[in-house]
Design a protein around this ligand. Structure first.
Ligand SMILES: Cc1cc2nc3c(=O)[nH]c(=O)nc-3n(C[C@H](O)[C@H](O)[C@H](O)COP(=O)(O)OP(=O)(O)OC[C@H]3O[C@@H](n4cnc5c(N)ncnc54)[C@H](O)[C@@H]3O)c2cc1C
Length: 381
């Protein structure tokens, strides 16, 4: 019989992260969204709080990382992406990608920012057919191409996926490379005017004859699979984290709306006494509970070393959408004020929408699930 509870340590960790997030992050919520500023100071305050160290003491697991992400998102969705790399446990610093240990350490200490550069204009979801090339020249690789959707555009270095093999090899011919921001031939666009997740700048990275030493080829570092296949495993777990981030934002919205519905008196009674108000929140809570169980199950599977590609894809097509639907419902239940920037609801709606797309669109994720149901041939990717 599965154990559905969190351990005492996990519960305590959740309470500590919640306290930190409510005290340090919540008051700044609107400014990051308005000013599109990366929360560098809050990263420092997280490190000073000792919470990453606490996670190490407890014995960091993917489940604990999920708790961390969910709690940060409850307070402020915009801070999750910047703060998550400070997590030194599994999944932090693109663990397992073969990043040099000192670099991974610097990332977890907040001294360097990293970014992942996969998506290209011509190939999009078909990332296995990346057009960016890496050609060997003596002891170096020379990279050429353009990545058109890089989050953390302010990063110090980029993990860039480029083709080392033939086009026919597909993803097997794609490898990861470390490219530092200051390398000659690197050019970085102005950030996009994104509708949400505004604290994290996203934009275009162009590589023109960028030379990196052979040691910067990540997939070369003791891996059986190509770097690209390895990133697929990382994304499987990340999709459960994304699910919990979206659920954190939705849960905060439901709690605030329940409190409001109990307070707001119309026609002589609290509006919560109308089933038209209570039932949408009942339905939201029920679906969110199921979604949360699926997310934590996937993270538990990751911790057991079990493959969770299907679970990750189920989460990714469903949960960000569910969270968006729940937040939208909460906006309507808050009446005209729900439609203003005074309440965090409109910001959360914009923020979660981005995660319907990032790290795999709903359609691509449904194809992954369809493959599990019908076989690979029935759902070609
Ligand atoms: C907030 C955010 C952050 C991101 N961060 C990063 C990042 O850090 N690094 C990075 O590399 N990328 C990042 N991305 C890019 C993201 O991974 C891509 O947007 C995504 O993979 C889809 O690629 P595309 O936008 O080119 O759409 P396309 O692949 O062109 O797809 C367009 C539409 O067609 C649908 N579609 C495509 N193929 C099929 C099919 N076979 N069947 C049915 N429907 C199909 C898609 O689902 C989509 O709705 C981010 C995106 C967002 C929104």
């Amino acid at each position: 019989m599965p154990d559905f509870g969190f351990s005492r340590d996990e519960e305590m960790f959740r309470a500590e992260v919640r306290e930190f997030a409510e005290r340090v992050l919540s008051p700044m919520r609107r400014s990051w969204d308005h000013d599109r500023q990366y929360p560098l100071e809050q990263m420092q305050r997280l490190l000073e709080s000792g919470l990453p160290g606490r996670a190490r003491e407890i014995g960091p697991t993917n489940v604990l990382r999920g708790i961390f992400a969910e709690e940060i998102a409850r307070a402020d969705f915009n801070c999750v992406y910047p703060l998550l790399p400070l997590w030194a446990g599994p999944g932090g610093s693109m663990e397992g990608m073969g990043l040099p240990a000192p670099l991974a350490e610097q990332v977890s200490r907040g001294e360097r920012l990293q970014a992942l550069a996969i998506t290209e204009a011509q190939t999009g979801s078909d990332a296995g057919h990346a057009g960016t090339t890496a050609v060997r020249d003596g002891d170096d690789w020379v990279l050429n191409g353009e990545k058109n959707s890089v989050s953390t555009l302010n990063a110090d270095y980029f993990v860039v996926f480029a083709r080392t093999g033939t086009v026919e090899e597909g993803a097997k011919g794609v490898s990861g490379f470390l490219v530092t921001r200051d390398s000659p031939g690197v050019s970085i666009s102005e950030p996009f005017a994104d509708m949400g997740n505004r604290a994290t700048p996203r934009g275009v990275l162009t590589l023109t004859n960028v030379r990196v030493p052979a040691s910067n080829q990540l997939s070369g570092v003791g891996m059986k699979a190509s770097g690209f296949e390895h990133i697929g495993r990382i994304l499987d777990t990340n999709r459960a984290i994304i699910g919990l981030i979206c659920l954190g934002a939705a849960a905060a919205s439901v709690e605030e709306t329940v409190a409001y519905a109990k307070e707001r008196v119309l026609f002589g009674r609290p509006i919560s006494m109308n089933q038209g108000v209570a039932f949408p929140l009942v339905e939201a809570s029920t679906l969110m509970e199921a979604a949360r169980l699926l997310c934590y199950k996937a993270l538990w599977m990751a911790d057991q070393g079990l493959r969770h590609t299907t679970e990750g894809a189920m989460i990714k097509w469903w949960v960000p959408r569910l969270a968006g639907d729940v937040i939208r419902e909460c906006i309507v239940l808050r009446g005209h004020m729900g439609y203003t920037e005074e309440l965090p609801l409109e910001q959360r709606l914009r923020d979660v929408l981005g995660w319907e797309i990032g790290d795999g669109t709903p359609q691509i994720c449904k194809l992954v699930v369809a493959r599990a149901l019908f076989g690979r041939e029935a759902a070609p990717l």
